[in-house]
Structure formats: C-alpha cells, structure tokens
Design a protein around this ligand. Structure first.
Ligand SMILES: [Zn+2]
Length: 283
C-alpha cells in the first residue's frame, strides 16, 4: 500500500468512526459538520497522486443492454413511486442520490438498497464541481460516501456521477483519490428539464421518445423525484423491451463488483428472448 493510499484509508476510518459515533438518528446538519469536512479536505492532499477516475458516458456497445440511472432524490413521494414502478415492471436500475437526500429520507433509501438496486455517489450537496478546488470536490465525494454508507449500513457503489454532469481534470483526480475509478455521465436523458415556451411540460410521449433514443450499452439519465420521469417511465421501459433490449444495473454494465440479485416479485420480462423481427438500428 502506498503512502497516499495509507493516508486515505486512515482518513476514511477516522471519518467513518466520527459518523458512526453520531448514531442511527444522525441529523443532516450534524453529519455534515463543516469542521469535520474541513479536516477531511485538508488531509486529502496526501491522496492527490492516486490514479484519476476515468470518465465514461455509456457501456460496451456489443450487447443489447440499457442502464437506467436516477439521480438526486429531491422529492421523496415521487422518488418512492418511481421505485414502485421499477419493482412492478421488474426493471433493474441504479440510483445516484445526494447524501443530503439520503440522510433526509433514510427509510426510503434503505428500502431501495434492500430491494437490490445499486446506489452510487452523486456528491453530498449537488454543487457545481467545476467551480470548486480539489479539496472541496474531494470532500463532497468522500462525505457523500460516509453519510450514505452509514444510513444504509452497507457500502455503496464506487461510481461517481458529478452533479449536472459537470467535470474537469480536478474532478477526475478528486474521484480517483476518493476511491472512485469510474466517473459516469450518460449518453441519453429523459430531457426532464425541457419545457414548452410557456413553461408547461411537453406531452409525456415527448419525454418517452427522448429517453428511448438509447442503443447498445446506453446509460439513461433520469431523476428520482421528477414527476415527468415517473410518468414517462412505463413507456420507456415498454419501448426498450419491445425492441429486444434488457435492462441492467451499472455494475452489471461495466462488470464491477457490487452487482447483486434484484428482489423482484416476478421474473423480469427482459429474461424472455427478444422478438426477432425488430432491428434496433432502424430507429
Ligand atoms: Zn443531480
């Protein structure tokens, strides 16, 4: 183990101990103690020489698989309904919540983890990483892991998704130093921030069409909390399945450790052989 890695590991253990000492009823404010984060950040300088994270936007293009991903978690009831829809349709997906939302709705996120959905890192406060120096990017990533792991009682996925998809070389360095070899953006989105000129949402079919533009290995960006994504989700799932695609989690897509069996009540429809007459390249 290199000196840098020892420093990071020691830091991790110290910080984990601090968070664990706060107990299961930990409040967000206490968990995000600025003094603790500053200490973490200043000690992070020893980790700067770790290999940087690698930026990816999709998986290998040689299999008809799609990875749905849902970020943030800003609206607990809508997020919860989205999880229910994934369960009802036996659809694997991966979540990238911010630690502030995980700490704010611990029961929901323990439920999500218990169902088998992998949970990655989207930073603690959803800040624009490109406006932050190394130490603050690093502490945003590390504190997210510490808080989320503590709430869930199990380790999260070592994949970092930067807020807004915004990254620079410092982000890749901070992710690598924090133990995240993959920084994952996306190649397709639900386009849920798109609105008509008068500010009202487009018809649901527009968002279904946007999110259904993926091909082999695509990573689809949605948000856990967006009513638009919740409404569009059944159409998106049906569209991909009708074209013969299978949904996979992010660890399955990249062959990472952390893939677990999903606890669906019924076998996923994706386990059925794809219809032969559909050519996905025609779209
Ligand atoms: Zn986000």
């Amino acid at each position: 183990m290199t000196t840098e890695r020892r420093v990071v590991r020691g830091l991790f253990l110290a910080a984990v101990a601090t968070v664990v000492l706060l107990g299961p009823g930990v409040s967000t404010a206490r968990a995000l103690d600025p003094a603790a984060l500053r200490a973490l950040a200043s000690a992070s300088s020893g980790a700067r020489n770790a290999d940087p994270g690698v930026l990816l936007a999709h998986g290998p293009r040689d299999r008809m698989v799609i990875a749905l991903t849902f970020d943030d978690g800003y609206d607990t009831p809508v997020c919860s309904a989205l999880v229910d829809e994934l369960m009802a349709t036996a659809t694997p997906a991966t979540f990238f919540p911010n630690a502030v939302y995980v700490a704010g709705s611990p029961a929901l996120w323990r439920h999500v983890a218990a169902l088998g959905f992998p949970i990655g890192n989207h930073s603690t406060h959803h800040l624009m990483m490109t406006s932050l120096p190394f130490d603050r990017q690093f502490s945003e990533i590390v504190s997210d892991r510490l808080i989320t792991d503590q709430v869930l009682g199990e380790p999260t996925l070592s994949v970092f998704r930067p807020p807004y998809g915004a990254w620079n070389q410092t982000t890749l360095a901070a992710a690598g130093a924090a133990g995240y070899p993959i920084v994952l953006n996306w190649d397709v989105t639900f386009a849920d921030s798109s609105r008509r000129p008068n500010g009202s949402p487009w018809p649901t079919s527009s968002y279904v069409r946007a999110a259904s533009r993926g091909t082999n290995g695509s990573v689809i960006l949605g948000h856990c909390g967006s009513p638009i994504d919740l409404e569009a989700l059944p159409g998106v799932i049906a569209d991909y399945r009708s074209r013969g695609f299978t949904f996979v989690t992010v660890p399955e897509l990249f062959g990472l450790p952390g893939a677990r069996p999903m606890h669906f009540p019924t076998p996923p429809p994706s386990a059925m052989p794809p219809p032969r007459h559909i050519d996905p390249r025609r779209r």
